[in-house]
Ligand binder design. Sequence first.
Ligand code: ZN
Length: 401
Amino acid sequence: MAINFYDYVSKYDFVPFAELLNSDDFKVLSKSKTSLISTALKDSYKELSDTKIEFTPESLKKEKVILKFKLQKAHQYASDPDGYLRYKLSTIKGHAFVTNHNKPEVEHDLGIKKYGDIVEIVFSKNLMDTVQFIDFYFKDNSEDWLDLKGSMPDKWEHCGRVSIGAGSACYCNRDFTEEEIKKIVKELRDNTFYNEKSISYYHSDKLFHRNSQTKEEYKTEELPINDRSYKKLTEVLNAVFKKHHIDKCINKVTFLAQMYIETAYFTATIELTHQKKEYEPYRGRGFIQLTHKGNQDKRTLNAVSYLGYKLYSNIDVITTPSKISTSLEISGDSAGWFWEKGVRKFDGSVINLNTKCGKEESEFREVTRLIKGAATEFGERKEAFYALLKIFNYEDCINKK
Ligand SMILES: [Zn+2]
């Protein structure tokens, strides 16, 4: 199936457009249209569409990938036999990527193309990493066509854009791929330490394999084997981030840094200590360890901890706390709820942790304090936070502060 990456909504019938032909080398992240409002009458019926694609992790390893566009008529009864087409490649920062041009933008005039012609744009590895936009321009060559101002069309019309997500784009407002989660977990474990050895040294690439290492009466609260996979972790994180509005890089970095320590480096969904706690059986469970039975504020009806999550989700974690620890989905969702709705001020009102995230140490410390009640044992969280900022290339985030 082909993707129309733009429409030119016209009463006239000779406007060319192009279809991006599907392939296994990329996936489509979004398709949207923008109506161009212009004082010029001829622009009032024009819609520019912006399609966002992302090269797959497999294609990023290839030496080159070809994007194919098929030139079409905008109207099935068009009599005009052909049209001019031009495209321009540009990068986010405008840094050079074509060695012999040394320019931030490169234009290719394709001359006259017949309808049905396939236009191929070859993406070398270098281009896949750096190009942010492909913009298309058309100029019709019909001799009897006058535009609505009564003159011959002589300028190139911008009519569509394809944005490239992967390589150059950050993690804001998009899903992680399984490959990316694997890479994030590996690099985070490689760059955080216990007794001077990396966390990778202790746990290699294993996930959530340690639930049975907790206190005797909770040993059976293990996760099903399917939940201990990168595929499942990717699905759960994407769902939690979407549902609980953890959508910008800095929110994701902050959440993952906290989760990393709370889950003992992504190895457990239950508190691993063997000591008896005064809050048993409501010991820490989930990605950001809900702890304590919790209570409800009489004035605001907001509730914390296990009770708060039960009221929100209708999952009876008060009667059966193990519902959290034995499901990766509920481990994630309970943490997402806590992140957005579970931290309460003294007056009972709620603090959404999404509003507290930032790249400064003081901001990360404050989030830690709101989660733990005190910013104690801050060192290992801070180490994870700074490692993640690097892994995310936070400097390139489109929403960085
Ligand atoms: Zn970002």
